[in-house]
Design a protein around this ligand. Structure first.
Ligand SMILES: NC(=O)c1ccc[n+]([C@@H]2O[C@H](COP(=O)([O-])OP(=O)(O)OC[C@H]3O[C@@H](n4cnc5c(N)ncnc54)[C@H](OP(=O)(O)O)[C@@H]3O)[C@@H](O)[C@H]2O)c1
Length: 406
């Protein structure tokens, strides 16, 4: 039976991988769950191990004594303020970690290294890419393009594998639906808090993002599905040295999800929600890159001089909303009434949710490549979201919604 190492074991994607491996003790002998903090207890075949990935390779090697495995799942992530810093830090974390495994000798046993990247691969943070996004699409780099740490990590991985006897897989999830405490990008917690607090205020659940995006499409990734994909692609011989999109398999929109969210939290969408005023103007609008990613391929696909720059527009800017006195007071009432985690509101990722809801363009991601390789996994996005809300209630991050399931 193989062993596995998971970095980022407390993160929204990493903890899903640890749980999936840990719940399958018949297949996985020992799972080393690595991070700087420890936030929960895992099944008995999981050994938590403290590791700081910002140390140099020798420093890490000391912390990794006795850690040996056939499979590495690298899902660690440290968010910095600029693209260059993200490149430097996240690139160094992966490179030094792989070198630490060479120093300890653990690299000799390795068969495959699976790293988690994401849809920034397609420049989704810069504006509309060509859609559906496919793994063979050209990388969005070169003159005028900001550094993208995924590209650096993927080059490090391919380069290290060249001189080793292990191979690699890279995953591209998008807009992850999962449960984690105090992480960098978390949709379910922030949406749940927005809905619960709106219900507490006056029951009106205005969609805070872009009216344009409300009827466009998004592809989401449920963290447990991503975990299953990681394990499947680790063990599937043909998947070596390949990158794969991994999204739920349905295509969703807020016109479909928002009414279900309103019902679940016992609120309602106000009539004419995109035309009513919300008091002192709470909106915001930010232009994305002047040259959207799709511009790189516009000539080849018959769209030369016909591409539009992307924007992030919020009818109700979520950072401003979270700073409102009445919102904070409503949170305090809920927190006391339901005995909720005191840090939950302060740690919610309002800026990230604002980006996810405020884009003015769709994000449709193809699952064709993974399916060609034999992947059959699928999850319904609403079911994923409502399971997360249930778990967040049990974790005392969201108040109990005393309303029937949508
Ligand atoms: N979340 C999303 O919606 C989303 C969407 C698409 C792609 N992705 C990508 O998925 C990857 C994983 O992101 P995530 O969202 O799962 O991250 P996350 O939830 O913020 O978790 C980050 C993990 O990295 C660990 N970590 C951070 N700094 C560390 C350090 N110095 N040493 C050791 N461990 C460290 C954290 O643990 P400790 O703090 O305990 O050390 C935590 O376990 C990233 O490449 C991200 O861009 C995420």
């Amino acid at each position: 039976m193989p062993n596995a190492i998971v970095t980022g074991a407390t993160g929204i994607l990493g903890r899903g991988i640890v749980a999936a491996l840990g719940n399958n003790a018949k297949q996985w002998q020992t799972v080393y769950a690595l991070s700087r903090s420890q936030k929960e207890n895992f099944p008995p075949n999981v050994k938590t191990h403290l590791l700081d990935l910002t140390k140099d390779a020798h420093g890490m090697a000391k912390q990794l004594e006795g850690v040996q495995a056939e499979y590495v799942f690298f899902a660690a992530y440290l968010q910095k303020d600029t693209d260059q810093e993200n490149w430097d830090v996240n690139g160094a974390m992966l490179k030094n970690f792989l070198e630490a495994l060479e120093i300890t000798g653990a690299a000799k046993q390795l068969k495959r290294v699976i790293i988690t990247a994401g849809a920034k691969q397609y420049g989704l943070h810069l504006g509309p890419p060509k859609q559906p996004m496919e793994e063979s699409d050209p990388w969005v780099e070169g003159e005028g393009r900001p550094p993208n740490f995924y590209y650096y990590q993927q080059r490090i991985l391919a380069d290290k594998a060249k001189n080793a006897h292990w191979d690699w897989v890279v995953t591209y999830p998008n807009d992850v639906i999962g449960v984690a405490k105090g992480n960098f990008m978390n949709i379910a917690t922030s949406i749940g808090l927005y809905a619960a607090i709106s219900k507490e205020l006056d029951g009106n659940l205005v969609f805070p993002g872009s009216p344009t995006f409300y009827t466009m499409f998004d592809s989401f990734t449920y963290s447990p599905l991503h975990a299953d994909f990681n394990i499947w692609s680790a063990l599937e011989p043909n998947c070596g040295n390949q990158a794969f999109n991994i999204v739920n398999g349905d295509t969703e929109s807020w016109q479909n999800l928002w009414p279900k969210i309103a019902r679940r939290f016992g609120g309602h969408i106000p009539r004419n929600q995109f035309n009513i005023g919300l008091g002192e103007d709470p909106s915001s609008s930010v232009e994305l890159a002047e040259r959207p990613p799709i511009a790189d391929v516009a000539a080849q696909i018959g769209l030369e001089n016909n591409v539009q720059r992307g924007r992030v527009e919020q009818k109700c800017d979520l950072i401003k909303w979270s700073q409102r006195e009445d919102v904070q007071k409503a949170w305090e009432r809920l927190q006391e009434r339901d005995g909720l985690d005191k840090d939950a509101f302060a740690k919610a990722t309002w800026g990230f949710l604002g980006f996810v809801l405020g884009r003015t363009f769709s994000a449709v991601i193809s699952m064709s490549k993974a399916r060609r390789y034999g992947w059959t996994g699928y999850v319904d996005t609403w079911e994923a979201l409502s399971q997360c809300f249930d778990e967040l209630e049990r974790e005392k991050i969201l108040p109990k919604a005393k309303y029937s399931e949508a």
